[in-house]
Design a binder for this molecule. Structure first.
Ligand code: CFM
Length: 537
């Protein structure tokens, strides 16, 4: 079943005309016959619409910085911002030195009304002093929340002064929540400063093992990167750093020594990937470690990049063994899932990444989208030069890097690079649209109204969603699989992750809970009205 143009128009017609004009640009039905289907993305949500997006602070402190375990992350702001970004994302970490893993802590300056009136700089300086005194961290981050920008606290000056007092790097991030239209702005702000202050900050010139790589845009939600690293290390790769799942300040400093950068989540980290290429000559490879086919293809592409026969053979050996081990486990779940349909709406990359895994267990994705991705995540990176920067994006500094005189080294010759680009997604991402079936719905910044409307038409068997939308979906009698924090489960990446995912999705279908919920369309008329003497009410 698909949504027709007429049905789509009927949904949009329910909006006031200005809103309708706006939302029309964010939704389309995939049609492969059209050469380029343009989508509007990374623009402001209309005030009043219930979006699932987060803020710039969430993208900076919560997403990119938060997982770095040996740094203390200070939130400068009222307590709510720190509290709600504390532990909810399930970016796991373990450390050989437990005194240098601060992920369980939530450190906030707890701004009060008087700080808003008289300024919060002194309080911030005091909190930094206390943090250094109590925890002795390798480095500290300070993330600004909305009121900090509004009252004009100069967090960079406070950080600089504290840095010279203590001799410990204190990084200040002006990631006030309102800095952009979503958390995407915060990713960019975090990327810039990590590049400027952390990456390449060590004296190490050469990685210590064979095939050194960085894994970018992998945040170890529910243990994802541990499962990926298990396989990579067995094949023979040396993981120099993970950005930033189970990552650390110490590892990040050596990231310039890698021979290849892998990019899992393109949206949150493509800025660093590009800057690493310009500064050190290291290309990046778009990977997708979600799903058996995605994982296997990514491993094969990595081996092709290095081009070493022994590595290629070992890659095939590991893939064959892992697939043979997990396929029988997947069988029982495939029987439950086969023939079902899904909506897959997640932040800025998973809306795409999980479609392959859904397909492997027999589930077709009929609607997909991102909360806050940019046009390139839908249409492919070739559209980047045509994206017009609006006032909201201009808020974020565009960092300029150039080749590092001492360290720049082309890892692959330009000829070899061109040859590889024909075969593997080297320094390129093709986006979501191209992989989706004709007739499926692609929607940017899906809201609660549209969620309900599309569910009523397509009645999906499962909805991959987030914490904000999942209750609405469940109340409509549809199982929701939370694909941000995975609820209480995971890992879902790699080979073992595929089995966990198939199991959890099957549990969703098998649960008798859904028999107790009557979806609204079964006992409510879709339109109600009465006729009175004055007319129709
Ligand atoms: Fe990248 Fe992410 Fe995502 Fe993201 Fe996120 Fe996340 Fe996400 Mo939630 S970094 S864009 S800002 S893959 S927290 S680990 S699940 S919205 S799709």
């Amino acid at each position: 079943m698909a949504v027709t143009e007429k049905e789509l128009q009927e949904i949009l017609d329910q909006y006031p005309s200005k809103v309708q004009k706006n939302r029309t640009k964010h939704i389309f039905i995939k049609d492969g016959a059209e050469s380029a289907q343009v989508i509007e993305a990374n623009t402001r949500t209309i005030p009043g619409i219930i979006t699932n997006r987060g803020c710039a602070y969430a993208g900076c402190k919560g997403v990119v910085l938060g997982p770095l375990k040996d740094m203390v992350h200070i939130t400068h702001g009222p307590i709510g911002c720190g509290y709600y970004s504390w532990g909810t994302r399930r970016n796991k970490a373990k450390s050989d030195d437990p005194t240098q893993n601060f992920l369980n802590y939530c450190v906030s300056t707890d701004m009060q009304e008087s700080d808003i009136v008289f300024g919060g700089e002194k309080k911030l300086a005091k909190v930094i002093d206390e943090v250094i005194d109590i925890f002795h961290p390798k480095a500290v981050t300070v993330s600004a929340t909305c009121p900090v920008g509004l009252i004009g606290d100069d967090i960079s000056a406070v950080a600089r002064a504290a840095e010279s007092r203590h001799g410990v790097p204190i990084l200040a991030f002006s990631c006030e929540g309102y800095k952009g239209v979503s958390q995407s702005a915060g990713h960019h702000i975090a990327n810039n400063i990590l590049m400027e202050r952390v990456i390449g900050a060590s004296e190490t010139e050469k990685a210590s093992g064979k095939y050194p790589i960085n894994i970018l845009g992998e945040y170890n939600i529910g243990g994802d990167s541990w499962e990926v690293e298990r396989v990579l290390e067995e094949i023979g790769y040396t993981v120099v750093s993970v950005m930033t799942g189970d990552g650390s300040y110490e590892e990040l400093k050596n990231a310039h020594t890698a021979e290849l950068n892998l990019v899992q989540c393109h949206r949150s980290i493509n800025y660093i990937a590009e800057m690493l290429e310009t500064k050190y000559g290291t290309p990046w490879l778009k990977v997708n470690f979600i799903g058996i086919a995605g994982m296997s293809e990514s491993l094969r592409n990595m081996a092709l990049y290095f081009g070493d026969e022994a590595l290629i053979a070992k890659t095939e050996e590991v893939i064959a063994r892992e697939v043979a081990r997990i396929e029988p486990l997947m069988e029982q779940y495939k029987k439950i899932c086969d023939g079902k349909t899904a909506f897959c709406f997640v932040g800025g990359s998973r809306g795409h990444h999980y479609q392959g895994l859904f397909a492997e267990i027999g589930i077709e994705t009929v609607l997909a989208g991102y909360e806050f991705a940019h046009r390139d995540d839908y249409e492919g990176r070739q559209v980047i030069p045509t994206i017009k920067t609006d006032a909201d994006s201009k808020n974020i500094p565009q960092m300029q890097v150039s080749a590092d005189e001492r360290r720049f080294r082309l890892k692959v010759s330009p000829e070899k690079m061109e040859e590889l680009k024909q075969k593997i997604p080297l320094s390129y991402y093709a986006g979501m649209t191209v992989t989706m079936k004709d007739g499926s719905i692609i929607v940017d910044d899906l809201n609660h109204f549209e969620t309900e409307e599309f569910i009523k038409i397509l009645k999906p068997d499962i909805f991959a969603s987030g914490i904000k939308d999942k209750y609405v979906i469940q109340k409509m009698g549809i199982p929701a699989k939370q694909l941000h924090s995975y609820d209480y489960s995971g890992p879902y990446a790699g080979f073992n992750g595929a089995v966990n995912f198939a199991r959890d999705v099957s549990m969703g279908f098998a649960s008798p809970t859904w028999n107790f919920i009557v979806p609204p369309w079964q006992d409510e008329p879709l339109l109600t009205g009465t006729v009175t003497e004055e007319g129709v009410a």
